[in-house]
Design a protein around this ligand. Structure first.
Ligand SMILES: [Zn+2]
Length: 423
């Protein structure tokens, strides 16, 4: 445990920054990608395996952990770190995205790299100034989430970074609705800051969330409002637009209006070109369901921008191919298996396929971010962008840690040799 938390910028390249997020459970070198452990597990993997890949932070979800197993239960088990066997930093989502997704219907599908799977059987009963009353997808029981309850759950989980409770508006919703909703999110932020100051676990950072949909003036106003709220960091959330160009314009406006010193998190951003764009705009950490969700659907991430960095291994053309997913990739799927075998496993619904592809996709992300961090430190972002565009592997000079073969299957020795080491 460390006794200080906050953010230090150690290198800059234009608006991009490389730094260190300091938390009660150690440091996170930024820019960083944060894999999802939505329900207290990175699907298919042990926490120690994810650590061995070089990741320094995971994201847990307030909504799902509130419903099952319950925040009090996790607290009695020693908190979320202890419960899931992950001793590095954890960021927890506020649950706002999930409860409002039930109300807005299609928002989870609409948003790029949605932050949770869609649940069709839960539903919203009421939304008002206090918060959101909803029916649990698990047992139909009536539940409530508001600014204070969301933070109380995040306090019980014991996360290092808590997110303020917000409404995540989809882009098909009118400007009027978005404006009113964003104002309410700001009022909720004030309540979160107040609750957090009195009751938060020692060292936990609270991030306010910038909303405002795709409207520049609303985004700008929201960014300024969050920066002035007293929150220790900023997350950029909500619908970032229908296309990449619009998303980048929204991120540009939001980041321009933020003070330098606060750490910034981009919610639901995970495509390699989007990560590059986000880093260039000065975003420090990112989370996205893509690497693990694609793994469950038999899809691997590859250095091929023309194919949106994806290869669907369930395609008939992958059958009996003898080569690995990506030559030179240090993951067990690539070191030990052919595409043809992975094709077979994925088509047969074998759990081994999910595990192997999750390992491959996550180490792809780890190497991508290692390269990005180095490119900021060495001011070589243009060369990195060229390498990304050409489909070079591994996007400029990745660190030796990311090139090392990956130890898996819960071997603690693997994690001890992982990038970064315990801090
Ligand atoms: Zn691989």
């Amino acid at each position: 445990m460390t006794d200080r938390s906050g953010f230090e910028i150690r290198a800059r390249a234009g608006r991009a920054r490389a730094g260190v997020l300091l938390t009660p459970h150690g440091e996170v070198r930024t820019p960083a990608f944060v894999p999802l452990a939505t329900t207290g597990a990175v699907k298919g993997l042990q926490a120690a395996e994810v650590e061995a890949l070089g990741f320094e932070m995971l994201l847990g979800n307030t909504f799902h952990l509130l419903i099952r197993p319950g925040a009090d239960s996790v607290a009695r088990m020693g908190g979320l770190h202890e419960f899931m066997g992950w001793r590095r930093p954890i960021i927890t989502d506020s649950g706002g995205f999930q409860v409002f997704s039930m109300g807005h219907g299609t928002v989870a599908e609409e948003l790029k790299g949605s932050r949770a799977g869609r649940r069709s059987d839960g539903r919203v009963l009421s939304i008002d100034e206090e918060g959101v009353r909803f029916r649990s997808y698990l047992d139909g029981e009536e539940r409530f989430l508001g600014p204070e309850t969301s933070l109380a759950v995040q306090a019980a989980l014991g996360s290092d970074v808590a997110l303020a409770f917000d409404e995540c508006t989809p882009y098909h919703i009118s400007r009027d609705y978005t404006a009113h909703s964003t104002e309410r999110t700001h009022r909720w932020l004030d309540r979160c800051v107040e609750w957090h100051a009195r009751h938060a676990p020692a060292g936990q950072l609270l991030y306010g969330i910038v909303q405002g949909g795709v409207y520049d003036d609303l985004r700008e106003r929201s960014a300024r409002r969050v920066a002035e709220s007293g929150a220790g960091g900023v997350a950029i959330g909500g619908s970032l637009g229908r296309e990449k160009a619009q998303m980048r314009a929204v991120l540009d406006v939001a980041t321009r209006s933020l003070p330098e010193e606060l750490p910034r998190h981009g919610l639901g951003i995970g495509d390699p070109d989007d990560l590059l764009a986000g880093v260039r705009l000065g975003i420090d950490t990112f989370d996205c369901a893509t690497p693990t969700r694609l793994a469950r659907h038999g899809t691997a991430l590859v250095p091929d921008p023309a194919a949106r960095w994806r290869v669907d291994l369930t395609r008939a053309s992958e059958r009996e191919r003898r080569e690995p997913i990506a030559a030179g990739c240090p993951c067990p799927a690539c070191r030990e298996h052919t595409r043809g075998y992975l094709h077979y496993l994925a088509r047969a619904g074998e759990l081994t396929a999910v595990r192997l592809l999750a390992l491959h996709n996550l180490i792809f992300m780890a190497r991508l971010m290692d390269g990005l961090r180095l490119a900021v430190e060495e001011e070589t972002l243009d060369a990195y962008a060229d390498a990304l565009e050409r489909g070079d592997e591994p996007y400029g000079a990745a660190t030796s840690a990311a090139r090392r073969p990956v130890a898996v299957a819960g071997a603690r020795s693997g994690s001890e040799g992982g990038a970064g080491g315990p801090t």
